[in-house]
Each structure stands twice: as C-alpha cells, then as structure tokens.
Write a protein that binds this ligand. Structure first.
Ligand code: AMP
Ligand code: ZN
Length: 667
C-alpha cells in the first residue's frame, strides 16, 4: 500500500520537476497551467497525508526552475514566494476561515488582477533604479537590470517622498497588440512564431542585447512594495504611495471589505477579462493590513496572507470538419483541425493545432468527432478531448497523410522526432519560397523591399524560383504586382543591386545549405577562400574545420552534388554576387587591438556600427554586446544613454569618441 503511494508521489515530483524545467528554463510550457496546478495540488495533498515521504527538494517546496547562466545570479534579500492557488469560492471560504482563526479583528483585502507575465524584483536606492532581478527559483534570480531599464513603464528615477531603500515587485508583460506585432514581423522574416505573450515576455527579458529588448515593446505593472521598514500600515496605502512616487500601479486593484465583494470582483473579471488589452490568468487577493500580514506569515512556499484565484481555461465543444496539413518553409508538416466555428475566450475559433501524428493517435481522433477545445495561453487553441457519446459508429479514425499536400512527395519522419518532413526542398512550393525569404533576410543578403509577401507574389507569377532569379527582375515585371508602386519597385531593384556588395560569408549563409547557420558560414568563409574551393572540398577536409561535424559536412557535400544548386551558384557569380573572399572580408590588417574588447553605443556619424565592428575584427579586437567589467573600450556616438552611464560607474572602461577610436587604429 504505502509502497505504491510513494511511487505515486515520486512520479508526480518527477513530472512536475520536468514541467518546471520546461517552463522556467526552456521557456516552453508543455502542459496548461490548470493541469500543472491540479497535479501540484494532488502532490501537496499526498505529501500532507503522508509526511513520512517528505523531501526538501519536492516541487511543492520550490517556486520554479534552475538559473540560466548568461546573467549574473543574485540572491534575493527577500525571498520571492509563490502564491497558493484556489479554483472556486469554497477554496476562498476555507482560506478566509484559516485567516480568521489567527486574526481576531476585522480583515480587509485588496483584490488585484493576476497579470500573466514574468515577475521581477527591482531595487531602488535614493530614488534611483539600482538593480532588477528575475524571480528565478524564488531564492535567487538573474540580474537583468539593463534589459528592464528599457521598459518605459518602469521609472528610473522616482519623485516625491520615497523611502531611501526598498524593493518594488511587479510583472513584465506584453499586450496582445504588441505580441501580434512581433509575430507579424517574424512572419515577414520567415521566423518561427512565438506561442504566447507570457513566454515571449519572459524570453525577451533574457535577451543579450537590451536594444532588442526595447524593440519588443514590453509593459510593466508594479504591485508590491517590500522593505524591512514599511512606511504605511496597509498594502492599499503603499500602492497609492507607489503611484505618487512614479510607479505604474494597476488601475483595477480594489479594496474589498469582505468575501462577497471579493466574489463580485472575481465574477466581473472572469467575464470581462477578454476586454483587457493584456492577458490575466486569475485574480490575486491580499490581506490589506501589513501587521496582519506579518501575523499570518508564510508556509514553505507561499504567504498565508495572499491567495491566487485561477480562472478555468475556457473549454467548448464543437465539431471537427476536416484535418488539413500545412507545409512550413522548412518542410515541416503541421496537421490542423478545421472546426465548426465556435466562440471561445472572446474570439471565434475555427482551427486548432494538432501538432503531430502522435498527438492525433493519442487522442484517437475520428472524422467528424465532437471535440473539446481549450484555450490556454497559446494563440492557437488545442483539442483536449473527444465527446465519445456523440461519435458516429461508422466514422473512421483519422489517418495521417503519407505524401506532401503541396508537391506529392512521400513524407519522411526523422527518427526520434515526432514531426514529418517533406524532403523535396528544391521544388516543394512553400520550401522554395522559404529559401528565397531566407536569402533576402537581414542577416543574409539583406535585400530591403523584398518581403515575404512580395516573394510569394513573384513566385506565383512565375518570375522567381530561386535566389538567382532576383538579379534579372525588371521594373516592367514588378509594376503589375499588387500594391507595387514606382518607388517600391525601384527600391527592390536597388536592394538587389546593393546585395552584390554583401560579403561572401553572408552569401554562404544566404544560399541556404542545410545546417549552415551564420556561425558555420563564417567559419567556412575563413577556411575556404571561394565557393569553388568549398565545392571541391571533401567531407574529410570539411571536418577538419573547427565546429564542423559529420552532419554539416555531409550536407555541404550533398548540396554541391546537385546540378541545380551548381547552376544557381554559377548564375549568382555571373551577376556579380560575392562568392569569394573580397577586400572587405575577414582579412587581418593588424593585431593592434588584440585581446581588447569593444562596444559601440549611441548614434555614430563617422561610420556605421557594422563597419566599426568589422574594423575592430580586422585589427584583432573583439566586439561584445554588453557593458561589463570585461569591456575595455566603449565608443560613444551622439545621445549615448544607459551604456555610457554604466561604463562610467564601472570606472575601468576607456571611453572614446569616434575620432579617438580611429586614432587608436591608426597608431
Ligand atoms: P504562481 O506563479 O502561480 O505561483 O503565481 C505567483 C505569481 O503571480 C507571482 O510570481 C507573480 O509573477 C504573479 N502575479 C501576477 N499578478 C500579481 C499580483 N497582482 N500580485 C502578486 N503576484 C502577481
Ligand atoms: Zn512538399
């Protein structure tokens, strides 16, 4: 008996640890919050009833996952606790009863929205933002000050009568509008789309380049003042004070005198949450009096004075019409369930993702089944179950396709992967288009004016089929296209012309040899002076190059065995595209900057940032992306901002203007 309980506890712990890892470290949730919380609760109950199986590392005692290495780890002076969850009003009544047992005076509450983003702790000293740290595992998190400073909702300097030292906690999130904007840009560039605003927000906070963070358009709200010496008696007053000091505090927070007012608040927002411009996944309730809060204290995992109320993921039933299959730009196949339109979480849903063959099999989906559809944090809802009572006895189980719906080629499924691919990368339409989109993208040939949509149009009009065709486009061919004016057509022609100056290594990346990413392309360019040298290299020779393994070598050899690729390359050469090392690639001019690191900031006027970084490399120096003690030189242009300040604070960094940088090289 107790053996099987222990097994159950251990299985739950292992599963929750994995989900935590997926969620916090990989930023890639694999189960819905609701499922996760149910499992956690199951485990909590078992642990309570069987205290002999206590484990200090149980997921019930930890908030989240491990620490990612890229940012310095900071110990939280005040632990960042998790919140206990409740799912119905009974849970809330129990909570209130427990409170009343400890506190024998009236208790007030503050009800707040539970923002679905990434939590943050920010330290302010003498009215200035000093340090921002992620929650991490609750005990320690990542220092991401530079990134947080890019978020305009967060004050860098306070006003009014603020305490000299304190922490503000809050949530960083993305509005739905900005999330959609990011995804449409990514679609333009042919990149994978992000799953949901929450993961995108927390992923953005861990980007290396804070300028990129800024572009994400993150929002923030602050909801908790923390200090050992609290200047007010209630949480509510602290929120009002924080607002006066310049913090963005939620406008929806409400002071509630009793449970009934709390229930009204919850009911209201459960119904109206889809009208908010951002996502919330519940309500947070906090005991208002700071004195009562400290009387109630904390459990191993969460404050007793606070409680989250989680909204149920909304679920509806609808009929499956068909299953269709989309072919991505890399040839990956995604099955999609087309549904009878149904209202779910404020939007009309017509499609649900089925992910892959295994998931369809696991569901046991039949044609015209009635399915339950749930919307978690993801933009595309998913099928979570089937109403078997409504199944037609004559219905057939859905059979996964064997051939590509776009080109008819037999699909392959790579061992150990759940996903099917169409192997016809040279002639399968979405893949042909994907390859051209890759060729013009910013990190490759950077052809401005040629977006994904234009390329699709050109392909449909049979004007382009591979990157070489861009170079023979004429204005007469472009003008009849949709939404194409004289100016945009000229823009494209200029962009194509300018791409002939793009260095060899970027062209190598752009022609889309499988497994040859940016870094590998650079290495190849360094070791093989021209594409002809690369073409003639054997797999054995290729493997000699640092970082190039058997898989990449094989893919390169295969690429050059295909006559169509050879023809494309010969054509690119004839149009003047850089297919060998030119004057402006990789050559070493001096080693004068050896072992020195550089960073450029602000608006440069004597040269572009790219050219400057190239100069650094040619003289043996190294470009790095952030100000730290490892930085030797910061070169500042006009309007340099936080980087300059940070460099001055560190003190050991030499700060130069553009002319001084040039002088340094001249020496
Ligand atoms: P959980 O992640 O389910 O343990 O819930 C705790 C998290 O809720 C905190 O770490 C915060 O990131 C988040 N949260 C969102 N809104 C609030 C709020 N108004 N007050 C406190 N925590 C909040
Ligand atoms: Zn195909």
């Amino acid at each position: 008996m107790s053996q099987s309980i222990l097994e159950k506890i251990e299985a739950l712990r292992a599963e929750l640890h994995q989900h935590n890892f997926d969620y916090y470290v990989e930023d890639n949730a694999t189960v819905s919050d609701f499922e996760f919380d149910l499992k956690l609760k199951q485990l909590q109950d078992l642990e309570k009833n069987y205290p002999q199986f206590y484990d200090p590392n149980s997921p019930t005692l930890r908030v989240g996952g491990e620490i990612t290495k890229n940012f310095p780890t900071i110990h939280h002076q005040f632990r960042m606790y998790s919140l206990d969850n409740s799912y119905d009003f009974d849970d809330l009544e129990d909570w209130e009863k427990r409170i009343i047992k400890t506190i024998d005076e009236p208790v007030e509450f503050v009800a707040e929205l539970k923002y679905d983003g990434a939590s943050i702790s920010i330290f302010y000293e003498n009215g200035k933002l000093k340090q921002a740290v992620t929650r991490g595992d609750g005990f320690q998190g990542d220092e991401i000050t530079a990134n947080v400073k890019t978020i305009s909702d967060i004050p860098l300097k306070l006003k009014g009568d603020f305490p000299p030292q304190f922490f503000m906690r809050g949530e960083i999130y993305l509005t739905r509008k900005n999330f959609d904007k990011i995804n449409s840009l990514r679609e333009e560039e042919g990149l994978d789309l992000f799953m949901n605003p929450r993961n995108t927000a927390s992923g953005s906070l861990k980007m290396q380049d804070s300028a990129e963070v800024r572009k994400r358009g993150l929002s923030a709200v602050l909801y908790q003042f923390i200090s050992s010496d609290t200047p007010a008696e209630t949480h509510w007053e602290l929120l009002q004070d924080a607002k006066k000091w310049g913090f963005k505090v939620s406008n929806q927070a409400k002071l509630c005198k009793n449970l009934d007012e709390i229930k009204d608040f919850i009911t209201f927002w459960d119904e109206h949450r889809h009208e908010l411009p951002f996502e919330i996944d519940g309500i947070v309730l906090k005991v208002n009096s700071i004195k009562q809060q400290s009387q109630l204290g904390y459990t191993a995992k969460s404050p007793r004075w606070a409680m989250a109320y989680k909204f149920k993921a909304e679920k509806v039933e609808t009929e499956l019409v068909t299953v269709t299959y989309q072919v991505g730009r890399t040839g990956a196949i995604t099955p999609v369930a087309n549904l009878k339109p149904v209202l779910l979480a404020g939007t009309i849903v017509k499609r649900a993702s089925l992910h892959n063959e295994d998931i369809i099999k696991k569901l046991g989906l039949h044609d015209h089944d009635f399915v339950f559809v749930e919307k978690g944090g993801e933009i595309i809802p998913k099928i979570v179950g089937i109403n078997l009572e409504k199944r037609d006895a004559n219905s057939q189980e859905i059979e996964y396709i064997t051939n590509c719906p776009e080109c008819g080629t037999e699909l392959v499924r790579i061992e150990d992967q759940a996903i099917h691919f169409c192997p016809n990368d040279l002639h399968c339409p979405p893949q042909v288009v994907g390859r051209m989109i890759h060729y013009v993208s910013r990190k490759a040939l950077d052809i401005e004016g040629l977006g994904a949509e234009t390329i699709e149009q050109l392909y449909r009009a049979k004007l382009v089929e591979n990157p070489a065709d861009f170079y023979i486009l004429t204005k007469e061919q472009l003008l009849p296209l949709e939404r194409m004016a004289e100016k945009s057509a000229q823009n494209i022609l200029d962009g194509v012309e300018n791409s002939k100056q793009i260095p060899y290594e970027k062209v190598l990346f752009g022609i889309g040899i499988k497994h040859v990413g940016e870094t590998v392309a650079k290495k190849l360019a360094k070791n093989f002076n021209s594409i002809d040298d690369l073409k003639n290299a054997t797999a054995e020779e290729l493997i000699q190059v640092e970082d190039i393994g058997g898989k990449i070598a094989e893919s390169i050899v295969n690429f050059f065995q295909n006559p169509e690729n050879i023809l494309m390359i010969e054509r690119l050469k004839s149009y003047g595209v850089q297919l060998e090392k030119g004057e402006n690639t990789n050559e070493v001019l001096s080693s004068i900057l050896e072992n020195k690191t550089f960073l450029f900031t602000g608006k440069l006027s004597l040269f572009t940032r790219e050219a400057a970084e190239e100069m650094v490399e040619k003289h043996g120096g190294k470009n790095i992306s952030a100000v730290s003690k490892n930085l030797n030189y910061l070169i500042v242009g006009e309007k340099a901002g936080s980087k300059l300040k940070k460099a001055q604070d560190i003190g050991s960094i030499q700060i130069l203007d553009e002319q001084e940088f040039l002088d340094l090289i001249k020496e």
